[in-house]
Design a protein around this ligand. Structure first.
Ligand code: SF4
Length: 752
């Protein structure tokens, strides 16, 4: 059946709402009105769900996409994914290099632009040492690009100032997994959704932020009415609307709720004693091992009655959800920014895993803690390959001499090449850049002017004349372009080849399907050019193609529990995603970690069923993490709480999705969501202009009055560059993960 463009658009507009409640989007997928000559395998450019797509090519141009039926998304895409092609050909594409002269970006040749970049970086290193230069990358860059950049900086330039936007979105999840299990990344996989009988969703609006996964959750519930859904969120989101229990709580008190659930589970004798006796260590905040009795004593501060007072959640509801979780045959937890973007983000992550370890709800189909990732390659590109200031590839740490030595040997470099001190984490890095202590930064595939919290500080810093920022970016209207000293035209998505690794440890190949526009180059080519001009030792960059980088990464991972050796390029071209660890070419990939017979890191003759090999004693940790409030609690002056987040039709800074007319029309402008009771008290009506004011800045938004936010809470989506809510957010960060607390700050509102 041939479908007209008008019909597509009608379908698309309607499907926006449907996607939120998990209605299949095959109509959108079928609706290509431009029959392609060829379909090329790739991955969606947006969220960490990592849906496989097939890119339709006609006359050398990307004309349409459809879901890859062989990838985990089984052919489904949400609207954002289905509407990617027009973004490629946006009039806002950067198609040639620019150099800022007298405040204005002027066209330049590649040689002029890269020559200037190299001279600035060389001068900074000569005058101020290698710690005065930095790389700031992205969970949207390809795995090979991040691996290469990290290697150039750490092994080639002697600087560990390698950071990226995943620090802003996933660092607390990394901290949570590493402290609990000794290794990063989820234990389970998406296929657990099809076996779970209880979904515990906390700090995630999955229906809007990971719609295709939410569709799978909703389908599971629809097919089996006994499947329970618990949603813990101070907003009554679309996700909460399918919940059996929606737990609305005072923002910031979720740590107490999680401890209270553990208290109830033990009181009801629903803990899995055989499991935690054998496989778990109980540990206090100051890393002292304690016994189960000490844990029970610690939890006495979290009786449901005490926590009701603190959190506003009825004690009976805490009991109900704890029992629901413990008695299910398979409990699967999902969380995302609601837990991660917090000053106690690592603790919040630990407390979710505690519930699984306490009940033994782990390592069997349908039972697993599972963090959701915001970006398509934050896991694969940045976490796994070590693209942060304290990491080396495959979970190794810069501060550990044996890890540095191991990697130097694998890279064929002199011992001592890698500097022993971790570099600056994201907030410290941008503070240092704003003070011109870091002199030169290379920003690639991300938009920090829009995404950093408490943005005014950093926008001022980016304006300085005594520091230098080069930006590799596909779009002219990304806010960071306004501040770049050199702008490089980056090839976009289907114009280059490489790998994305999504939330479930699945790596899929994005095949190049069209030639880059204008003078655009892939970030692989840009980084290699930069490294050569910086006179980086050729031994550090022995790569001719992006596939050479992938093959080196496989080798580097092979002596670690990551082990990608079996994920060859030939396999990736044929298959639609493979989950690591995958040690050999005939290995199918690993869906369940830490379980004998499932995880290839556990010897077959190992005598126990579970082995948390990330910990020396093979035991995972249940942490005694106390409740602590937010960095900035509401008070008499600023009596409400501001939280920020995403909407279904826009992705992150909106640079891409605002280019799609259908998506822009559905959410043209950011707004403030106000609870009906709060609105009544303040005399605010739907559509009124409302002044939002925090200790950092103030701004006017149009009100959307509804029952979504609980009283005392307001929500603003952060995609809108013209209403930059990050001027109001807070840059306080978690002491362990260094991830900022975007989710909670004190605010006051009034009708303008
Ligand atoms: S759910 Fe995420 S990865 Fe999948 S199509 Fe939508 S935006 Fe893309």
């Amino acid at each position: 059946m041939k479908v007209t463009r008008r019909e597509v658009l009608k379908t698309v507009a309607a499907a926006s709402a449907l996607a939120a409640i998990g209605v299949p989007l095959t109509t959108v997928v079928k609706a290509a009105d431009n029959e392609p000559d060829e379909w090329v395998k790739s991955v969606c450019r947006f969220c960490g769900t990592g849906c496989g797509v097939m890119v339709g090519i006609k006359d050398g141009k990307c004309v349409t996409v459809k879901g890859d039926p062989n990838n985990h998304n089984a052919g489904f895409l949400c609207l954002k994914g289905a509407l990617m092609p027009p973004i490629v050909y946006s009039k806002d594409r950067v198609t040639q290099p620019y150099i800022r002269k007298k405040g204005k970006l002027e066209p330049a040749s590649w040689d002029e632009a890269m020559g200037l970049v190299a001279s600035k970086f060389k001068a900074a290193i000569k005058d101020h040492g290698p710690q005065s230069v930095a790389y700031y990358g992205s969970g949207q860059a390809l795995t090979e690009e991040t691996y290469l950049a990290s290697k150039i900086w750490k092994a080639g330039l002697g600087s560990n100032n390698v950071e990226g936007n995943p620090r802003l979105c996933m660092a607390s999840a990394v901290g949570g997994y590493v402290t609990t299990f000794g290794k990063d990344e989820p234990c389970g996989s998406y296929s657990d959704i099809d076996a779970a009988t209880c979904f515990f969703i906390i700090g995630s609006n999955m229906s809007e932020c990971h719609p295709i996964l939410f569709k799978r959750v909703a389908a599971r519930k629809q097919a089996n009415p006994n499947v329970k859904v618990i949603v813990v969120d101070p907003r009554k989101t679309n996700t909460a609307r399918i919940a059996d229990e929606h737990v609305s709580f005072k923002p910031g008190t979720d740590l107490a709720i999680l401890n209270s659930m553990a208290y109830v589970i033990i009181q009801e004798e629903m803990d899995g004693q055989r499991f935690h006796n054998k496989y778990v260590t109980f540990m206090t905040n100051d890393k002292k091992k304690v016994d189960f009795d000490a844990y029970m004593k610690f939890l006495e501060d979290y009786t449901p009655e005490k926590v009701e007072e603190l959190s506003g959640v009825p004690a009976d509801q805490i009991r109900r959800i704890a029992i629901m979780f413990a008695e299910s045959s398979g409990a699967m937890s999902f969380w995302c920014m609601g837990l991660n973007q917090r000053i106690r983000g690592v603790w919040a992550n630990n407390l979710v895993s505690n519930l699984h370890l306490l009940t033994g709800q782990i390592g069997k189909p349908g039972a697993t803690p599972f963090s959701l990732t915001g970006q398509p390659n934050a896991c694969g590109g940045v976490r796994d390959t070590g693209g942060l200031c304290h990491l080396l590839p495959a979970g190794r740490l810069i501060k550990k001499p044996e890890h540095r030595a191991q990697l130097e040997k694998q890279w064929g470099l002199e011992p001592g090449t890698i500097a022993p001190k971790p570099g600056l984490h994201t907030i410290a890095l941008w503070n240092a850049f704003s003070e011109a202590k870091v002199k030169a930064v290379f920003v690639l595939c991300t938009n920090p002017a829009h995404s950093l919290p408490n943005a005014n500080i950093y926008l001022e810093g980016m304006k300085r004349d005594d520091n230098f920022m080069v930006l590799s970016e596909p779009f002219m209207d990304a806010l960071t372009v306004k501040y770049a000293d050199v702008l490089l035209p980056a090839a976009f998505w289907c114009e280059k080849r490489g790998t994305y690794g999504c939330s479930e440890r699945r790596y899929s190949l994005l095949m190049k399907s069209v030639e880059p526009m204008g003078e655009c180059k892939s970030d692989f080519d840009i980084l290699m050019d930069f490294a050569r001009r910086m006179d980086v030792d050729p031994k550090v960059i022995p790569f001719k193609t992006v596939d050479d980088v992938w093959n080196e990464w496989r080798e580097v991972s092979s002596i670690t529990p990551y082990n990608f050796m079996g994920i060859t390029r030939a396999r990736m071209e044929k298959e639609s995603g493979i989950l690591w660890p995958c040690p050999t070419e005939d290995h199918p990939g690993t869906k369940i970690r830490y379980v004998r017979g499932e995880d290839p890191n556990i010897p077959k003759d190992y005598k126990n069923k579970y082995h948390f090999y990330g910990k020396k004693d093979g035991r995972a940790v249940i942490w005694l993490r106390p409740y602590k409030g937010a960095a900035e609690e509401p008070d008499a002056e600023y009596p409400m709480v501001l939280t920020t987040g995403r909407v279904i039709d826009h992705w992150h800074t909106g640079t891409m999705t605002m280019k799609v007319p259908e998506l822009r029309r559905s959410f043209p402008k950011a707004y403030v969501e106000v609870n009906i009771d709060d609105a009544k008290k303040a005399g605010i009506k739907n559509g009124d202009d409302v002044l939002l004011e925090t200790r950092r800045d103030k701004m006017v938004f149009q009100a959307k009055v509804s029952d979504v936010c609980r009283p005392g809470l307001v929500f603003v989506p952060w995609y809108d560059v013209n209403l930059l809510i990050n001027k109001l957010t807070l840059n306080a960060f978690d002491a362990g993960s260094k991830q900022p607390e975007y989710k909670i700050c004190a605010i006051r509102i009034k009708k303008v």
